[in-house]
Design a protein around this ligand. Structure first.
Ligand code: AMP
Ligand code: FE
Ligand code: ZN
Ligand code: FE
Length: 283
């Protein structure tokens, strides 16, 4: 069984439509794929409708969170699997974060315009195509102007990486864990030690999250060094957490391939067993 528990579609900042994502997952030889768009479940229905035979879909999301225990707060990502998308508290919080992303995009466009770039919010919204708006869509405006060649280049400090990096009003991570559990979902900390993405939280905070109901840690991820993967595995062992691996596929916005990292079948089964909200669907 090949299981990839972290992938994005055009419902957020991936470049494959939800239907395209499940088709690509089947073509990549996956048995299970999770659709985990940033702060939205909008890709679930079209992915289910287009599900190829024998491919199993885990419906999930990647929640934009922050640990407010230090100043400035540390941004982090929480994967959430198999939750009830109609749970009012969780759905309301996802909607609030999407709104905050809209406002941040407007502010970033204003910064770009102050630098003499003729970018408009409408243009950037067009790149997001109705999905959750994020920095890769703003990066697209830089690519279209020939200022950078790729999304990766656009994350250099002089562009999205620093100059045009503004914080958004993310969910407190303990609130997020509580909301996911309350909606019958399974929370897994995405790329918890990926220092190349920025600051990371200390192990003590991960222990506190485990005590609050966190279920797993993503260890095998392109943004983790071999040492970071080993560290995450050991920490998960100490805390009694599951260990996952996944691609964090974003289509052409990143260079990772679907199934580049995978999750063990026993871990996948434990995640499914822990879920009270939704079951996996098989085409
Ligand atoms: P946002 O959630 O809007 O702050 O944007 C973060 C997203 O930007 C991540 O989920 C990635 O998809 C993308 N991203 C961040 N850093 C990079 C990078 N160095 N190269 C390519 N994409 C990146
Ligand atoms: Fe992303
Ligand atoms: Zn992430
Ligand atoms: Fe992701």
């Amino acid at each position: 069984m090949r299981i990839d528990l972290h992938a994005h579609s055009t419902a957020s900042d991936g470049t494959d439509t939800p239907a395209g994502l499940v088709a690509a997952a089947a073509a990549a030889g996956l048995d299970v794929v999770a659709i985990t768009d940033h702060d939205t479940t909008a890709g679930w229905a079209p992915a289910v409708s287009a599900l190829p035979q024998r491919l199993t879909l885990i419906r999930g999301a990647e929640l934009s969170c922050r640990w407010y225990g230090v100043e400035p707060a540390v941004p982090l990502h929480l994967l959430a699997y198999l939750f009830d998308p109609d749970d009012p508290a969780l759905a309301g919080e996802l909607a609030r974060v999407r709104q905050a992303r809209e406002r941040r995009a407007e502010r970033i466009v204003a910064l770009m315009r102050a630098d003499g770039l003729d970018v408009t919010v409408e243009e950037v919204r067009g790149y997001a195509g109705g999905g959750t708006i994020g920095r890769p869509h703003l990066a697209q405006a830089l690519i279209r102007r020939g200022l950078v060649g790729t999304t990766g280049e656009a994350f250099a400090p002089q562009w999205m990486g620093e100059r045009y990096r503004l914080p958004k009003e993310d969910t407190d991570v303990f609130t997020a864990v509580r909301l996911v559990l309350g909606a019958g979902g399974v929370p897994v900390f995405a790329h918890p030690k990926a220092t190349r993405r920025g600051r990371v939280v200390p192990d003590e905070l991960i222990a506190d999250l485990a005590a609050a109901g966190l279920v797993g840690l993503e260890a095998d991820h392109a943004d983790h060094s071999p040492q970071q993967r080993t560290h995450v595995r050991r920490l998960a062992g100490e805390l009694g957490l599951l260990v996952t691996g996944s691609s964090d596929y974003h289509g052409t916005h990143k260079t990772v391939r679907l199934g580049e990292h995978t999750t063990q079948p026993a871990v996948y089964e434990a995640i499914v067993a822990a879920a009270g909200g939704r079951k996996p669907v098989t085409g």
